[in-house]
Design a protein around this ligand. Structure first.
Ligand SMILES: Cc1ncc(COP(=O)(O)O)c(C=O)c1O
Length: 400
């Protein structure tokens, strides 16, 4: 018999599709994988070299639980350079990815009876973490019609006397949408009046395509410094998903509590990873720009290819590396009924892996990750278009 807690959570549905695609590929089947939520680029050379040097220098033991002082200083310096904010190293903890940064914060800040607002279509982990903390997720919805923009008024309308936290992901997964500085300022001001915490999931902070003002860190730190928690990650910016490193910048008491929690669960992040991430944060940032430029080319190209099928309606995303088209017009009661069935049909028959919108609380959409080569994007979108066009002539294709 499992504990009640285990019954409250579901495993990540975004990982299910990826796992099936991996299994098929292992059988030698030519699957084009648009499911993965990670960069296809190798980790930049100078970052790998720093890891090798760490091993050679025998930097292979426990570090301080909250991370090495050098890495914390590198995080502080990067946020100072990028956003003009000042943090001390006692306001920083190094975590096993952005996921642990968010997990620590949610666990130490929220509990039974607390309402925590977040937004969908969204990354499912945010809601699951709120549930793990035994708090109540309050989910607000953004819409394709206005580019999935997260408006302050939508969040403010969900605030009740029980609201203790607001979690915002910008650029967002799966939509790539940004919250504007003005909207975040309005949220921050309302939060300040009511002693509500604002947690910012900055996992895709380096992946913004157009030069829009997007200093969310600056907005929060000037208006809500003692109630905001910034959760960052090396995963997507430096193509380091497997190294497992993120960080939290927050008031000292949140960092201290996160440190205590982490000290009884995972302890410090791998010492070698810490040296590697330090090199990433302190080194030249051209690698980030080069990857961003390539993602932009792919985004524009795939949007153009998919535009050939009017029933696949794409909003060009402002950030991250996903397209999240509305494909509801393809669905019908006597054919493919849901986007879960559509994704299954695409995988089984067209051999293309996409993530169904159901995984992000948004049936009628699917997520296509363009963090893969242009050649595969071409082959994969061609397969998707052929599959969709052939659907009209077939019935019950996904269930066959
Ligand atoms: C929105 C969002 N936040 C946070 C994360 C956490 O990533 P990591 O733990 O690798 O830093 C992810 C990963 O996919 C994500 O999509």
């Amino acid at each position: 018999m499992l504990a009640a807690r285990a019954g409250r959570i579901a495993t990540s549905p975004t990982m299910k599709v990826a796992a099936e695609a991996i299994q098929l590929k292992a059988q030698g089947i030519d699957v084009i994988d648009f499911g993965a939520g990670e960069p296809d680029f190798p980790t930049p050379r100078h970052i790998c070299d720093a890891a090798k040097a760490a091993i050679d220098a025998n930097f292979t033991k426990y570090t301080t639980n909250s991370g090495s002082e050098e890495l914390k200083r590198a995080v502080v310096a990067r946020y100072r350079d990028d956003y003009g904010v000042e943090y001390s190293t006692s306001e920083v903890i190094i975590t096993a990815g952005g996921k642990q940064s968010l997990f620590n914060a949610v666990m130490v800040l929220f509990g039974p009876g607390d309402e925590v607002i977040t937004h969908v279509p969204g990354w499912p982990t945010l809601v699951e973490q709120i549930k793990l903390a035994e708090a109540t997720p309050v989910v607000v919805r953004t819409h394709a019609e206005d580019g999935f923009r997260l408006k302050a008024e939508t969040i403010l309308a969900a605030i009740t006397p029980s609201t203790r936290g607001i979690i915002i992901n910008s650029p967002g997964n799966p939509t790539g949408a940004l919250i504007s500085e003005e909207d975040l300022a309005a949220v921050a001001d309302a939060a300040a009046r009511r002693d509500i915490w604002v947690l910012m999931d900055l996992c895709y902070e380096k992946l913004i395509y157009d030069p829009v003002p997007h200093n969310l860190v600056g907005v929060l730190s000037s208006r809500l410094r003692d109630r905001s928690v910034l959760c960052g990650s090396a995963s997507k910016a430096y193509a380091m998903t497997g190294w497992r490193c993120g960080w939290t910048l927050a008031p000292k008491e949140v960092v201290a509590a996160s440190n205590a929690l982490q000290s009884h669960s995972t302890s410090n992040v791998c010492s070698i990873t810490q040296r590697a991430v330090q090199a990433g944060l302190q080194g030249p940032q051209d690698c980030v720009t080069e990857m961003l430029d390539e993602y932009r080319r792919r985004r524009d190209q795939v949007c153009e290819w998919l535009a050939a099928e009017p029933r696949i309606r794409v909003v060009k995303p402002a950030g991250a590396f996903y397209l999240f088209p509305d494909v509801s017009e393809i669905l019908s009661p006597d054919n493919v009924r849901t986007t879960a069935e559509l994704a299954q049909g695409l995988l089984n028959q067209a051999r293309v892996a996409v993530t169904p919108g159901e995984a992000f609380d948004a049936p009628g959409f699917f997520r296509l990750s363009y963090a893969t080569s242009m050649a595969d994007l071409k082959r994969g979108t061609t397969r998707i278009l052929e599959f969709v066009r052939a659907l009209d002539g077939r019935s019950a294709v996904a269930r066959a």
